[in-house]
Ligand binder design. Structure first.
Ligand code: SER
Length: 889
């Protein structure tokens, strides 16, 4: 089949990206850097479109750096994971987008798109078709009358509606550009068009989606107009490259081919020779990109959420690698190609290369082991099912594979299909459901924050002016009071509400720093603030209870934070910056912040690192951080454009989103971080930093905990007191305590040995007395006696001594350890030869007490049962021996 053609020379993916951005920069847009694949909105799993970071702008909650914007956004869509491997489905992709925040609308967006596609990219006009929302007459008219697209190539399509991302959010009709690859790719029907869904019809390729973002959809599904209509467009770079490079699939473009070729080289196969092999190579190409980018943005393999997405694609890649005969770990090799070809555009890949590789290796090796276990378990299962003449694998077994062996469900399905078997889905779902019930609590947070977004977006409040960098108290006006049932005009004593002011010194929880507490006083009431949160970006909500009187809308109140508590928080926040820097100095730059808690009484700092820190490393980290305290370095914050900030080397965090102007917190001569939190003015204010713990939180993430300032002093005071008490008790000065304790432990060891020796001697002393108790039973010496022995060892030794002295005979010794009877039976070799068995004798004796035991013919141990029946059991022994002697005759 001939390749899709254009009149253009092949142009690289990088050049296509650049031309897109340049085109919109020339038209007055500001380029925003790609947001992280991990979205800021906790209710959304991953970034699936360029518009996500624009949502606060569209909703009027945040001011954009410009009304015209453009971006190249890293995107990840999970819906098609199972389809990846065919010609067009992808997980990770790059989306080229231009955005208008209340500036140009339909006409402008359509003109820009047409000009770029036909004039800049040079795509022949007659290759382009468009679809419009059926009732969108404006878009249809612009395409037909202003652009000149023939009416026959403008198709109504009711699926042309975008959004919202999640249950609520901005949405609107859209219009798509489709590239006509030629009738030879189509179904041949006269009505074939971009909406054609006949099987095998691949004539039209959707390339660019122009969204006319006009509405906000609420939880009831009702659309209300946004403050201003906006534009959001998105074009997949990979598809554009496929068109412009005249390729049959995205995998043959320069964005993928080097990865495909590397995978083919590793597996000693050739791309294009065989469909099954090609499919596996395409899976490896897509998933290698997916894994590399997800890890670079801070996602770690896990069993839920985005961690599970990462685990799933990584495991799927490994499994497809196995199909190609790649038995050993290979993913870092293909990830290296991804970094080579994408690292210029996405420098984070190069910076985090070592870290990315470590995570891949760790997970790939672990999965290799899981795969081996799970596969053999699956083979047994499948063989069993077939042997019984059935074709369905029970869901409970599939769940067991999943739950116990960590074997992914989709993998079981694929394996079953390969063997012509099915899976009992309902039973599996039921088991999964039961498991989910257990972890239900986890999603409550997401639901709550969704309600907030909905409610506060509806109130359309202006962003709160935050004064808390400089002020502890300030006057503000009550703009909203929100109770459990929604907004209210006033709140009385005892009522729990959220209060929104126009300005406030209260810091709302963000970036790990907890919210402030304090008081709002004025009008006719006092409001005790127990927590401060940010329900939607830019808005501060004071949460708490009306302590006295009434708080009303429009009241002017004096907002005062608990200043002492905040001073503690400031110390802890600056200390996290010092520790972050110290960790990177000691461990390397892969140690990146992966979460933190900055509370008044403690701090917690999570960072990416695979092994536990050695005591020396921990000690070094503490010394460096405290060194910065002793140097009493000034700490200050500056606002600057994001690009400038990153150029100064300021550390940005995974998954955080920063607007165009960012705040950089500098500890002079020590660290620079993008941070919105509150800090001390000089590191000397922090006081001592005491690291109190180091532990693991997830695979590849470590945590350190520390105390500063008053907390550290209180802790040190406590330690001092404990040391003083010990010194008093041991009559030794504090510095001697370790040696004293070591000495005590040595003495305890010696004494224990002495006790053992004495016990053995005591036991030995019983030997003579006991020997005298031996009786003859049909000519055989039988000794059954209760003895003194503190433990099993002594009992054994006593048995040995008695046997040696007895020469020939049967021994049954009984004692009680605590509440539990214990028995030992010994039969000398000559009697064993005559058929007597210590094991059988012991078992029968123990049976008298309700206990049991057993062992070899010459030696057996046991016990249990009722200690009060020990003497009765021992009394039974001669009879038992006699019976045994007779039985053998
Ligand atoms: N939001 C639209 C899409 O992702 C256009 O950017 O297709």
């Amino acid at each position: 089949m001939t390749a899709t053609t254009t009149t253009q020379q092949p142009v690289s993916g990088a050049a296509l990206r650049q031309r897109f951005v340049e085109f919109f920069l020339e038209r007055g847009s500001v380029e925003l850097p790609s947001a992280s694949l991990v979205p800021r909105d906790p209710t959304v799993l991953l970034t699936i479109a360029g518009m996500q970071q624009m949502i606060p702008f569209f909703l009027g909650l945040e001011t954009p750096p410009d009304v015209r914007l453009c971006s190249v956004q890293k995107c990840f869509r999970t819906v098609d994971i199972d389809e990846v491997g065919d010609a067009s489905h992808l997980t990770f992709f790059e989306m080229l987008g231009n955005f208008s925040v209340g500036d140009y609308f339909k006409e402008g967006a359509i003109h820009f798109a047409w000009e770029l596609m036909t004039r800049v990219y040079g795509i022949p006009k007659d290759r382009l078709w468009v679809t419009v929302y059926p009732t969108d007459e404006t878009a249809r008219t612009v395409w037909r009358d202003q652009i000149g697209v023939p009416a026959s190539r403008i198709v109504a399509d009711e699926t042309n509606w975008w959004g919202p991302v999640g249950a609520t959010g901005p949405c609107g009709p859209d219009s798509e550009l489709h590239y006509d690859r030629g009738p030879e790719y189509g179904c041949g029907q006269p009505d074939c068009s971009p909406t054609c869904d006949r099987p095998g019809c691949n004539r039209f390729l959707e390339t660019w989606n122009l969204v006319f973002m006009e509405f906000y959809r609420d939880e009831q599904g009702v659309d209300t107009p946004l403050p201003r209509p906006n534009i959001d467009t998105g074009m997949g770079l990979e598809r554009l490259a496929m068109v412009m490079q005249g390729k049959e699939s995205v995998y043959e473009t320069d964005l993928y081919l080097p990865i495909v070729e590397r995978a083919a080289g590793l597996a000693h196969v050739r791309y294009g020779a065989d469909e099954r092999t090609d499919r596996a190579l395409r899976v490896l190409a897509d998933h290698s990109r997916a894994v590399t980018f997800l890890i670079a943005d801070g996602v770690l393999p896990g069993n839920e959420g985005r961690g599970y997405v990462l685990r799933r694609v990584l495991r799927r890649a490994v499994r497809y690698g196995r199909l190609l005969g790649l038995e050993r770990p290979f993913l870092t090799e293909t990830a290296q190609v991804v970094i080579d070809i994408m690292g210029d555009r996405y420098p984070e890949l190069r910076e985090r290369r070592d870290y990315i590789f470590r995570i891949i290796r760790h997970e790939e090796e672990a999965f290799g082991r899981t795969l081996a276990h799970g596969l053999s378990r699956f083979e047994t299962l499948a063989a069993g099912v077939k042997a019984e003449g059935r074709t369905t694998i029970p869901g409970a077994e599939v769940f067991r594979l999943y739950d116990t062996y960590g074997f992914p469900f989709d993998l079981t399905v694929e394996l079953a299909q390969e063997q012509g078997l099915e899976i009992e889905r309902a039973e599996f779902d039921e088991a999964m459901q039961a498991q989910r019930q257990l972890s239900r609590g986890a999603s409550r947070f997401a639901q709550e924050s969704h309600r907030d977004l909905e409610l506060y977006a509806g109130l359309r409040l202006p962003p709160t002016d935050f004064l808390g960098y400089d002020e502890d108290r300030a006057g503000g006006e009550v703009l909203a009071i929100v109770g459990p049932d929604g907004p209210q005009a006033a709140a009385e004593a005892g009522q729990r509400v959220e209060v929104i002011l126009d300005r406030t010194p209260f810091y709302a929880e963000a970036g790990g720093q907890v919210g402030d507490t304090g008081v709002l006083a004025g009008g006719d009431g006092r409001f005790a603030v127990e927590d401060t949160q940010r329900p939607v970006p830019g808005l501060t909500a004071h949460r708490g209870v009306v302590a006295e009187g009434v708080i009303r809308l429009g009241d002017t109140v004096e907002a005062a934070i608990d200043a002492e508590r905040r001073a503690d928080i400031r110390r802890n926040h600056t200390a996290t910056h010092l520790l972050h820097r110290a960790l990177r100095l000691v461990l390397g730059t892969h140690a990146q912040q992966a979460g933190s808690l900055v509370a008044p009484d403690r701090l917690r700092f999570d960072f990416t690192h695979l092994q536990a820190l050695t005591p020396e490393e921990l000690q070094q980290v503490g010394a460096i951080a405290n060194g910065a305290v002793l140097a009493a370095e000034p700490v200050y914050a500056d606002w600057m454009p994001q690009r400038e900030a990153l150029a100064t080397g300021a550390m940005a965090l995974f998954g955080e989103k920063y607007g165009d102007t960012v705040r950089v917190v500098t500890v002079e001569d020590f660290s620079k971080e993008l941070c919105g939190g509150t800090h001390v003015g000089n590191t000397g204010e922090i006081g001592p930093i005491l690291v109190t713990g180091e532990s693991s939180v997830a695979s590849g993430v470590r945590r350190i905990e520390a105390l500063t300032g008053r907390g550290a002093l209180a802790y040190a005071g406590q330690l001092q007191q404990i040391a003083g008490t010990l010194a008093g008790a041991l009559h030794a000065p504090v510095p001697d305590l370790p040696a004293q304790v070591e000495g005590l432990r040595g003495r305890i060891r010696d004494l224990e040995r002495e006790v053992e020796r004495l016990q053995a001697r005591l036991a030995g002393g019983q030997v003579e007395t006991l020997l005298r108790q031996a009786r003859q039973v049909d000519g055989t010496a039988v000794l059954a006696a209760r003895v003194e022995a503190p433990n099993q060892d002594t009992l054994r030794r006593l048995g040995d001594s008695l046997r040696d002295r007895l020469g020939s005979g049967v021994l049954l010794l009984g004692t009680v350890f605590g509440e539990r009877p214990a028995l030992l039976a010994v039969v000398t070799p000559d009697l064993v030869a005559r058929g007597l068995k210590a094991g059988a004798l012991l078992n029968a004796t123990a049976g008298v007490m309700g206990g049991r035991g057993g062992g070899r013919p010459d030696l057996a141990q046991g016990g249990g049962g009722d200690p009060a029946r020990l003497d009765a059991a021992l009394a039974a022994v001669p009879g038992l021996v006699q019976r045994a002697l007779h039985e053998k005759d």
